[in-house]
Design a protein around this ligand. Structure first.
Ligand SMILES: NC(=O)c1ccc[n+]([C@@H]2O[C@H](COP(=O)([O-])OP(=O)(O)OC[C@H]3O[C@@H](n4cnc5c(N)ncnc54)[C@H](O)[C@@H]3O)[C@@H](O)[C@H]2O)c1
Ligand SMILES: [Fe+2]
Length: 386
């Protein structure tokens, strides 16, 4: 079975309504003054208020930094660091999707690690930990609340990079699906496909092991079962709960088994063209799966079977074919556009492909893929999905 290495938060509380235990979690950790790192939409939707009401009722003072942008940048991180230093905060609460949670993580570890955040790009491991981080997801997509990863975009080099290590693992995760009912159709679809990609890539990764397999195999059928229902009816509690659980399980899987080629190629699309993370994954998932299936047929066939895209009567090769078809159908149902239909500039896209391929390979993710691509093959895949 091989050796597995797992890092995870000290405290995980999960279930509908569990955000009401936020003050209790802080008290259990002996913390008394959090900076809440979030974005303005979440303030407007009242999600931040749900948590601050709980803190106020417990007599806990707090501050709010609501300047996080989607695909947070190094400059956004600097603003967050300044907000933290402006008072005597003793911990960071990251409340939101991957963008606020990752910003919260980076604020914490950059308080104690000198230099610029790009100095710590993966594969460097950032182990020196800053103030405790309490992460409260509201998208149920990235799984960042359980992962050792953090993604920041460099404004100077137009690059979206991974940061990783013990210092990027939350101290506590408070996972309450009730936040997710306000997600609109597009964000629901994109974040669900992000989770699905985490689970699939963790399962076929060269770094997969029995512990991560269990999480990935649980997450995939939950997403396949609930994603369309959650998109059609945002208030469907069963679907929302299933997707949130799956996002966290997929996070636990890929945090420790790593992602692979889809994520490697997705980050450069996000950095150069500002396509939402889950959407750029979706644009790539069927084509990259088709490119890779032949190199790990039994693993991909398992994915097809647990998601009921293939049956136990199908042999592995047939199941792999049905998986690619099933992912294409899912993209159609979730109205995933090709890059050309998303309004990306054609000339710029094709001119940037060599740099994007280089950045994808440099991230290390493609090297975990069952079929490790060359730079030319990555460029071809980018052309194929255009
Ligand atoms: N650290 C990790 O392990 C990890 C893993 C995957 C992706 N990421 C990164 O996370 C970022 C993407 O995160 P994301 O997909 O969660 O989206 P996000 O945090 O960027 O948010 C996307 C949009 O959804 C809105 N939103 C959030 N919650 C909502 C809710 N409950 N209702 C309505 N609107 C809501 C936000 O305000 C924002 O406008 C990217 O930078 C990506 O690279 C990190
Ligand atoms: Fe992701």
């Amino acid at each position: 079975m091989g050796i597995g290495r797992v890092q995870s938060p000290r405290i995980i509380r999960i279930g509908g309504g569990v955000a009401s235990e936020s003050a209790d979690v802080l008290q259990q950790l002996g913390l008394s003054k959090p900076l809440i790192v979030t974005d303005r939409t979440l303030v407007e939707l009242g999600h931040v208020g749900r948590v601050t009401d709980v803190l106020e009722a417990a007599g806990i003072a707090y501050g709010i930094f609501d300047g996080v942008i989607e695909d947070p940048t190094d400059t956004c991180l600097d603003e967050g660091l300044a907000a933290f230093r402006a008072s005597d905060y003793d911990c960071v609460i990251g409340l939101g999707g991957g963008s606020p949670m990752d910003t919260a993580k980076a604020i914490s570890f950059m308080l104690v690690n000198p230099g610029h955040v790009r100095d710590y790009k993966a594969p460097t491991q950032i182990d020196k930990s800053g103030p405790p981080t309490i992460l409260i997801p509201t998208t149920g997509g990235t799984g960042s609340e359980l992962t050792r990863w953090c993604v920041i975009t460099d404004t100077v080099k137009t690059e979206k990079y991974n940061l990783s290590g013990l210092a990027a693992v939350a101290t506590a995760a408070i996972i309450d699906w009730e936040f997710t009912v306000t997600k609109p159709w597009r964000i629901t679809a994109d974040t669900a496909v992000d989770s699905l990609t985490h689970a699939m890539e963790a399962y076929v990764s060269r770094r997969a092991f029995a512990y991560t397999d269990a999480f990935a195999l649980s997450a995939m059928p939950l997403i396949a079962k609930h994603v369309r229902a959650a998109c059609m009816d945002g208030s469907n509690a069963e679907a929302r709960e299933g997707l949130m659980l799956a996002a966290s399980q997929a996070g636990m899987a890929f945090s420790n088994a790593s992602v692979a080629l889809v994520h490697g190629m997705s980050r450069p699309i996000g950095a150069h063209f500002h396509v939402a993370h889950g959407l750029s994954n979706a644009m790539l998932l069927p084509a990259v799966t088709e490119f890779s299936v032949g190199h790990a047929q039994s693993r991909y066939a398992d994915c097809a079977r647990v998601m009921e895209m293939a049956t136990s009567g199908d042999n592995d090769a047939v199941a792999c074919g049905k998986l690619v078809e099933g992912l294409r159908r899912l993209n159609d149902d979730l109205r995933v556009p090709a890059p050309s239909a998303q309004g990306l500039d054609k000339q710029q896209y094709f001119d940037t492909l060599p740099i994007m391929a280089e950045q994808a390979l440099a991230s290390g993710s493609p090297q975990n893929n069952p079929r490790v691509p060359t730079a030319e093959e990555i460029v071809q895949l980018y052309k194929d999905i255009w």
